[in-house]
Design a protein around this ligand. Structure first.
Ligand code: SF4
Length: 458
C-alpha cells in the first residue's frame, strides 16, 4: 500500500469505523431478538424444520481469558462437568421428543464449542458422545462434518484424547491461537508456545483431523507486525482454514475486559490495516478468502461449495444455505423454521429449568424472520458479507422481487459507496464489493439493515 492509499484508508476508517458496527453474527443482531414465543410455537417450528446441524455448548474453561467474548464459567473441579453433562443429556431428551414427532432422521453435522470442550476427560467425552449416538441425534450415513474447538495446550489436548475423538467420528479440530506475541498473551491471559502449538497441529493431522485455527486482530498492544509475526509462525503448520476475527472491546457487555487498558486497543485505522495485511499474506500463500474472516486452503473438501453457495451462520460459514440448527447447552442458539431461539444463559437457570421439566429456552427473546427479514438476511449474510457480490436478476428471481425498486432507498447509498471506491456498479446486473470495500463491508451491509435508522451517507 503506497502513502496516498494509506491516507485514503485512514479517511475511510474514520468515516466507516468498524468498531461502531455490529459483527453481524446474525441478522437481525441478537439485541433485536425481543419477540415473545411459547413452547407451543417453538415445538411447532421444530417439528416442521429439517434440522441438519447440532451445536453443543460446553461453557467451562480452566482459566478465563480477559478478552473473552463467549459465555463461560471457570471450572472448579471435574464433577461440575459431570453434572453439566447430565443436564445436557436431559436437554437433548426434551427436544428429541419433539423432533421425533415428524420422523426426523438425525443431523449430518455437529460442532462442539465453548468454553473449552476439550477439558472433558476421556470418560466424559465418551459419555456425552454415547448419549448423542444412542439417541440417533446424528446420522453418519451421509457425508458429515463433526468438529470441536480446542484450547492449544498439550496438557489438555493429548494424543489419547485426539485418538479417542477421531474414533468417535470427529474429523475437524479448531485451535484458538489468537496471537503468539508474549506481551499480548500476558495481557489477555492466554499463553501458549508457538512450537508446542505447531507440534499439536502436526499430531492432530497425523491422527487424521482437518485442522483449523483461529486468530484475532485488534487485541491490546497488537500492531501489524505482531499479527504478521503470528501468521508467519502459524503458516508452517499449514492449517486447512485460518479464521481471523476482530476483537471487540465492550467492557459494558463483557466486564472482564475492564482489566484491559482501553488505550492499548488499536484504533479502527490500524485494525483495518491489520486485516488488509493478513489478507495479502494469506492470499499470497494460496489461501482463498471467504467472506470477512475465513481463509481456506485449496485442499479443503468444501472450498468450491463454499465459494459458490456459502452461507454465513452464527457458527461460521456453511455449504448449506438453508441450514437449520439446534443449540444444546447453556446460552446455545438455535435457528430453525426462520426463527432464532436462545437457550438460557446461566448454568444455574439452565439446570433449574430442566429440573422443572421445562424447555430451557428464553422464550421472551426469540425472533422469527418475516419475508423482508428473510430477504435482507440472505442479502447481508450470504451476498455482501460472504461472496461480496449480488447478481441483481438472480437475487430478484430467487425472492420474487424487482431488486432495484425493492432497495430503491439503499441504491442511493450504494452510489455514494461507489464514488468512494467501495463498490463497483459499472455492470448494471451485478453489485460488486471492491477489494477495498471488503474491509468496510459491514458498513455496506449495515445500510440494508432495517433495524437501524439510517440517514443517507453524505
Ligand atoms: S476465550 Fe475461549 S478459552 Fe478463553 S475464556 Fe473465552 S471461551 Fe474460555
Amino acid at each position: 500500500m503506497n502513502h496516498r492509499q494509506m491516507l485514503e484508508w485512514e479517511r475511510l476508517s474514520r468515516r466507516y469505523d468498524e468498531n461502531a458496527i455490529p459483527l453481524y453474527l446474525s441478522y437481525p443482531v441478537e439485541s433485536f431478538w425481543k419477540q415473545k414465543s411459547s413452547v407451543g410455537q417453538h415445538n411447532q417450528s421444530l417439528r416442521s424444520a429439517v434440522v441438519s446441524f447440532l451445536y453443543f455448548h460446553f461453557p467451562y474453561c480452566r482459566e478465563i481469558c480477559h478478552y473473552c467474548m463467549c459465555y463461560k464459567e471457570p471450572l472448579q473441579n471435574d464433577s461440575e462437568l459431570d453434572l453439566y453433562l447430565d443436564y445436557l443429556i436431559r436437554d437433548m431428551d426434551i427436544r428429541l421428543e419433539v423432533l421425533l414427532e415428524n420422523g426426523w432422521e438425525g443431523a449430518a453435522h455437529m460442532h462442539w464449542g465453548g468454553g473449552t470442550p476439550t477439558l472433558l476427560n476421556e470418560n466424559q467425552l465418551e459419555t456425552i458422545h454415547r448419549a448423542i449416538t444412542e439417541r440417533q441425534l446424528i446420522n453418519t450415513d451421509r457425508s458429515h462434518e463433526h468438529s470441536i474447538e480446542a484450547f492449544p495446550d498439550p496438557q489438555i489436548v493429548t494424543l489419547p484424547k485426539l485418538e479417542l475423538l477421531k474414533s468417535l467420528g470427529f474429523n475437524v479440530i479448531s485451535f484458538g491461537i489468537q496471537d503468539f506475541d508474549r506481551r499480548i498473551q500476558k495481557v489477555i491471559n492466554r499463553e501458549h508456545d508457538p512450537g508446542a502449538v505447531r507440534e499439536l497441529i502436526a499430531m492432530a493431522k497425523q491422527v487424521g483431523f482437518r485442522v483449523h485455527v483461529d486468530l484475532c486482530y485488534g487485541l491490546p498492544f497488537q500492531g501489524i507486525s505482531e499479527l504478521e509475526d503470528t501468521i508467519q509462525k502459524v503458516l508452517p503448520a499449514a492449517p486447512g482454514r485460518i479464521c481471523i476475527f476482530p476483537y471487540v472491546h465492550a467492557p459494558m457487555v463483557f466486564p472482564r475486559q475492564n482489566i484491559i487498558p482501553r488505550s492499548s486497543i488499536p484504533n479502527s485505522f490500524i485494525k483495518v490495516l491489520m486485516a488488509e495485511r493478513a489478507d495479502r499474506l494469506l492470499v499470497g500463500e494460496g489461501y482463498t478468502r471467504l467472506g470477512l474472516d475465513h481463509y481456506i486452503s485449496g485442499d479443503d473438501p468444501f472450498l468450491n461449495d463454499l465459494k459458490a453457495n456459502g452461507s454465513k451462520t452464527l457458527m461460521g460459514y456453511s455449504q448449506d444455505d438453508k441450514l437449520n440448527y439446534i443449540g444444546f447447552g447453556a446460552t446455545a442458539i438455535s435457528f430453525f423454521d426462520k426463527s432464532f431461539y436462545r437457550t438460557v444463559a446461566s448454568i444455574k437457570d439452565y439446570c433449574q429449568m430442566i429440573d422443572a421439566g421445562q424447555l430451557p429456552v428464553e422464550l421472551e427473546r426469540s425472533y422469527r424472520h418475516n419475508d423482508d427479514d428473510h430477504i435482507r438476511n440472505k442479502l447481508i449474510q450470504d451476498h455482501i458479507l460472504t461472496r461480496f457480490e449480488i447478481d441483481i436478476t438472480k437475487f430478484g428471481n430467487e425472492f420474487d422481487i424487482d431488486f432495484n425498486s425493492y432497495f430503491e432507498k439503499e441504491r442511493e447509498t450504494l452510489e455514494q459507496f461507489a464514488r468512494e471506491g467501495l463498490v463497483d456498479l459499472s455492470d448494471p446486473e451485478v453489485i460488486r464489493v471492491t477489494r477495498t470495500g471488503q474491509f468496510f463491508s459491514r458498513h455496506i451491509a449495515h445500510q440494508f439493515d432495517r433495524f437501524y435508522s439510517h440517514k443517507s451517507i453524505q
